[in-house]
Ligand binder design. Structure first.
Ligand code: ZN
Length: 144
């Protein structure tokens, strides 16, 4: 599947998650600060509806950082490289596995439990023949 198709799918998923069409028309995610804005008011840009809504965090220090990074999608822009998460025990985790196991990840971050699900960072690994990077949960190659 082409990267552009993947990006389009992620954006579509984002809109679906945000709710019905009425919401989509007045909500905006800023490309510069990653905040969610409600554009219906006169001075809507002064205060975001939700700060830290959709942006990639290199360091994951809270559940909010984890949610924002997941919402921002699994690919870099520009570049189209696939991102992955790093847990406190050094494991790599793809975005799909992170979404599927979000409840455990959130619990481990929130309660500072180093049980293999505590995500501490998000990074990118460019493709390299000699150093393939695999998700430690599903074994899929991340940097192919
Ligand atoms: Zn995985």
């Amino acid at each position: 599947m082409a990267r552009s198709t993947l990006l389009m799918r992620q954006r579509t998923t984002l809109w679906i998650c945000m709710g019905n069409n009425e919401m989509r028309n007045h909500l905006m995610i800023s490309e510069s600060d990653g905040a969610l804005y409600d554009t219906r008011g006169d001075n809507w840009s002064a205060t975001p509806l939700r700060a830290n809504y959709s942006r990639h965090h290199r360091e994951i220090n809270s559940v909010a950082d984890m949610k924002a990074t997941l919402r921002a999608g699994s690919y870099t822009f520009p570049g189209g490289y696939e991102l992955f998460f790093i847990t406190s025990d050094g494991a790599a985790l793809c975005f799909d596995c992170a979404r599927e196991n979000f409840a455990m990840i959130a619990d481990s971050i929130r309660n500072d439990i180093c049980d293999g699900w505590k995500v501490i960072a998000c990074d990118v690994e460019e493709y390299h023949d000699e150093w393939p990077l695999y998700c430690d949960h599903c074994s899929r190659q991340i940097n192919d």
